[in-house]
Design a binder for this molecule. Structure first.
Ligand code: FE2
Length: 376
């Protein structure tokens, strides 16, 4: 079976019961938020935005909020042991805790999702300060990951009540990162379809693409993936599960080191991937490299592109095409010592797909890294 594009089969006859305007923020639980914030500012070009901690009345944790264009990260660390955040880091290492979604009505988002079987993690909660109010609510998704619904239409402040502006004299320039394109979850054996059903039933998403183990396999290992999208396409969550191969799947390695299901990668859009990747590499970010032979045949596969091939080849940027255009993408090495979370940098030039044509070359590159760690 090859790629199925099912979006065209389903018309928008159903009312979207969970309208989403995009990703509001991504929150990471990390062992040392002060240093993580410095890393993301230095290496990726985020700006300091807001801070919460003991000085703002938050006695048990510290959060730094950093932003680049429409991309907002919250980096949270616990100040003491024996709490949910410390336990999360002990179990998973640094990782994504919250994929927060922008809504018009957080109370209604909670009602719609929990009435369809979503498990609540936060009842609708109103946070107020002099700048207005933010309403939050949330549900559990795979692993220990949460979706928080954020309603901020009546808020004029810098981030949300409880945070103060974070003024810093250290302000590295942007690397051109724009917004979250998609966030991928790794789930356990036979768990992809149950989570596809969760996103369909509880959140009203549709399965827009499917990749089976024939699409995504190398000589050694395999995985399966289904891409879930909300109604307007602003929020896309591919779900991966491992598949049987001769050796251990990259998804299995993730599940082992993350100690469960969780976010595998966050894909971040740029309008100029060559400039962005040159900048990121100069700041120390390492990317997966495909063999040079990839570039000898890539244009036969994808046709002509506007960019010169030479810089793409030098940087290791991958190219793929679908019916609507093409895309350029590259994958970072893991962002921490555990082989878990990584970033994808993506520039879309019409294509709405996810780089299926690159999977084989990419996964062979991943396996070389996995093998070097002794986990293949
Ligand atoms: Fe991706």
């Amino acid at each position: 079976m090859s790629t199925n594009i099912t979006s065209e089969n389903k018309t928008a006859t159903n009312i979207d019961f969970l309208p989403l305007s995009g990703t509001d923020y991504v929150e990471f639980y990390v062992g040392n938020a002060k240093q993580a914030a410095h890393f993301y500012k230095t290496a990726f070009g985020f700006e300091s935005l807001a801070y919460a901690g003991p000085e703002t009345g938050c006695m048990d944790k510290v959060s730094y909020v950093i932003r680049q264009n429409k991309l907002t990260f919250v980096l949270t660390t616990p100040l003491r042991t024996n709490n949910e955040i410390a336990d999360h880091i002990y179990k998973h290492g640094d990782g994504v805790k919250v994929l927060a979604l922008m809504v018009e009505d957080a109370a209604d988002a909670w009602k719609q999702t929990t009435s369809r079987g979503g498990k609540s993690c936060m009842e609708p909660t109103v946070l107020k300060d002099d700048n207005g109010e933010v309403v939050l609510s949330g549900i559990h998704t795979y692993g220990d990951t949460l979706h928080v619904f954020v309603e901020r239409k009546n808020y004029k402040g810098i981030f949300m009540p409880g945070f103060r502006k974070w003024e810093s004299s250290y302000n590295p320039p942007s690397t051109g990162l724009l917004y979250v394109d998609h966030c991928v979850g790794n789930v356990g054996w036979n768990q992809m379809n149950p989570w596809v059903k969760f996103y369909e039933d509880v959140m009203g998403f549709r399965n827009i693409l499917s990749f089976d183990d024939k699409d995504i396999s190398t000589e050694y290992s395999a995985l399966m993936s289904k891409v879930m999208s909300n109604g307007n396409g602003y929020v896309k969550f591919p779900i991966n599960e491992p598949a049987e191969g001769k050796k251990k799947s990259q998804v299995e390695e993730y599940l082992e080191f993350y100690n469960g299901e969780g976010v595998q990668h966050v894909a971040i859009a740029t309008a100029n991937i060559v400039e962005t990747v040159i900048d990121l590499q100069s700041r120390g970010i390492e990317f997966l490299k495909v063999p040079d032979s990839y570039y000898e045949t890539v244009l036969d596969r994808v046709g002509s592109i506007e960019e010169d091939l030479a810089p793409l080849r030098e940087l290791g940027i991958l190219i793929d095409r679908d019916d609507e255009g093409y895309l350029l993408q590259i994958f970072s090495k893991p962002l921490e010592d555990r082989p878990t979370l990584f970033f994808e940098i993506i520039q879309r030039k019409g294509a709405k797909s996810f780089g299926k044509g690159n999977f084989k070359a990419l996964f062979e590159a991943l396996e070389r890294e996995q093998d070097a760690r002794g986990n293949l």
